[in-house]
Design a protein around this ligand. Structure first.
Ligand code: NAD
Length: 243
């Protein structure tokens, strides 16, 4: 995987998977601009903190990253939020938040990044969707809907922009050991360590994913090793598909 000297923008870089992607890209010689609400704790080559629900901020991110890094080769739309419950338990605020972070922000970022990458001769975008966007999981209606939307957008953009030398793909993880999962357990009153161990028993590979398991596949899709992949949705699930 040749990533040395590549210039990358990562959203959700202060989170579990985003942190691993940022660290591993930099270990391979890439230069990384990080976006999150607070990027203070993340080692990076450029810091672009802000709220992805702010449309002007999301629109401007690729241009600001390109300016800070001297160009833009890779974008990873990784930031995400999860809301629980069937639609009857979902508020207007849940709907706006889920659509805003999981769909509208990546749409805005891709729309702004594609012309910049095209001008630079091409690039790669990796969106972080979910197994739950490919098949429905119980009691997470809005989350599944938004992940299905970003999966579909990825397939469409992968087709539409391949001719510009821009490859757009998505990873679709199942459960990953990150704050997103752990805070969900805590909210439901489960002991996080025990819940992670028990959940691991439901995975054919014997454990849930660590952030690095997902980041490795993101790096592959971002690299020239995936040079013929456009619009693919890659499940990374330890053998556990959503039933
Ligand atoms: N953890 C899992 O089990 C799992 C499974 C499948 C897919 N995913 C997806 O992986 C991606 C990364 O999730 P994670 O598990 O690392 O979660 P995480 O909560 O650790 O990280 C998500 C990051 O997104 C950032 N973010 C959220 N809303 C934002 C906003 N409005 N503006 C700026 N930043 C914002 C958060 O601050 C956080 O740092 C998400 O898209 C998530 O849906 C996670």
């Amino acid at each position: 995987m040749e990533l040395n000297g590549k210039r990358a923008l990562i959203t959700g870089a202060a989170g579990g998977i985003g942190g691993a992607i940022t660290r591993m890209l930099r270990e391979r010689g890439a230069r990384v601009a990080v976006a999150d609400r607070d990027t203070g704790g993340v080692e990076a080559d450029a810091h672009l903190p802000g709220d992805l629900l702010d449309g002007a901020y999301a629109d401007a991110l690729p241009g600001r990253a390109a300016k800070a890094l001297g160009g833009l080769d890779i974008v990873v739309n990784n930031a995400g939020v999860i809301t629980r419950g069937p639609v009857t338990d979902s508020s207007d605020a849940d709907l706006a938040l889920s659509l805003g972070v999981n769909v509208t922000a990546p749409f805005r970022i891709c729309r702004a990044a594609i012309p910049i990458m095209a001008e630079g001769g091409g690039g790669a975008i990796v969106n972080v969707a979910s197994c739950w966007g490919l098949r429905p999981g119980p009691n997470h209606a809005l989350y599944c809907m938004t992940k299905a939307a970003i999966a579909s957008l990825t397939q469409c953009m992968g087709m539409d922009h391949a001719h510009q030398g821009i490859r757009i793909n998505a990873v679709c993880p199942n459960e990953v050991n990150t704050p997103m999962l752990l805070t969900g357990f805590a909210r439901r009153g489960f002991d996080p360590d025990r819940a992670v161990a028990e959940l691991g028993l439901t995975v054919p590979l014997g454990r849930i994913a660590e952030p690095e398991d997902i980041a490795d596949v993101v790096l592959f899709l971002a690299s020239d090793a995936a040079r013929y992949m456009c619009g693919s949705l890659v499940e990374v699930n330890g053998g556990k598909a959503v039933a």
